[in-house]
Every structure is written in structure tokens, then in C-alpha cells.
Design a protein. Structure first.
Ligand code: AMP
Ligand code: ZN
Length: 114
């Protein structure tokens, strides 16, 4: 998608701090972190939101959760805990319409989310 900021990050047209990359997904630090660890994990394929997940593209979702567990382990979060968040749609706070999962940790996290 030509006008998608996260597609541009994947292509390297917009700079980012890479945390992890493979053929299917890319992970980088959130530019406006809400916790000591705030990583965004995105599929390389442009999927606008969870609403667009279907039988043809859903394989990457399981892969992203595998990658999230690996990143959390690498950053020493596995034992203490962390949160994986997806905001789907404007009403839920989605501002970038390229599917992404926030991996947040490194501090005590409150629940329920606002
Ligand atoms: P959401 O509100 O769930 O759509 O999350 C979008 C996230 O993308 C926010 O946490 C932003 O801080 C983050 N973000 C926006 N632009 C960039 C960027 N250029 N590099 C890294 N993170 C970004
Ligand atoms: Zn995109």
C-alpha cells in the first residue's frame, strides 16, 4: 500500500528501530512508548486491521504470537509478564491501519484497559 506508514517502514523508506525481522513479519520500537518495552509487531503483508483477517492470511497471526513470545523472552519479560494488544478500528484507538500488535512490558500493567 503506497500510502501506508508501516508498509513504508517495512520497505525502509521511513526509519525505525528494528527489534526482529523474518520473511513474514517485522518488529520495531514504538515511536511513542507507553512502557519501558513497547514493540510493534506487524505482518509484511498489508492487512488493514483484524477485520481483514481471513482464511487466506490468518497464518501470520499465529506466527506473530510465536515471535512475540521470542521477543519477550529475549527482553527478559517472560516471567514477570507482558501484554499483547491489538486495537481494531477507530473506536478502539487504532490510528495506523496496517495490522499491528503492541508488545508492552517492563512495568506493572493495569487492567482493565481504558
Ligand atoms: P494504534 O493506535 O493501535 O493504531 O497504534 C499505532 C502505534 O504506532 C502508536 O503506538 C504510535 O506511537 C506508533 N507509531 C506511529 N508512527 C510510528 C513510527 N513512524 N514509528 C514507530 N511507531 C509509530
Ligand atoms: Zn501497510
Amino acid at each position: 500500500m503506497d500510502d501506508c506508514i508501516f508498509c513504508k517502514i517495512i520497505k525502509g523508506d521511513i526509519p525505525s528501530t528494528k527489534v526482529y525481522e523474518d520473511d513474514l513479519c517485522y518488529a520495531f520500537n514504538d515511536i511513542s512508548p507507553t512502557a519501558p518495552v513497547h514493540v510493534l509487531i506487524i505482518p509484511k503483508q498489508h492487512i488493514a486491521s483484524c477485520n481483514e483477517v481471513n482464511g487466506e492470511n490468518s497464518g501470520v497471526i499465529g506466527h506473530i504470537f510465536e515471535v512475540a513470545a521470542k521477543i519477550a523472552a529475549d527482553l527478559g519479560l517472560s516471567e514477570k509478564g507482558y501484554r499483547i494488544v491489538n486495537n481494531c478500528g477507530e473506536g478502539a484507538g487504532q490510528t495506523v491501519f496496517h495490522l499491528h500488535f503492541h508488545l508492552i512490558g517492563g512495568r506493572d500493567l493495569l487492567w482493565p484497559a481504558g
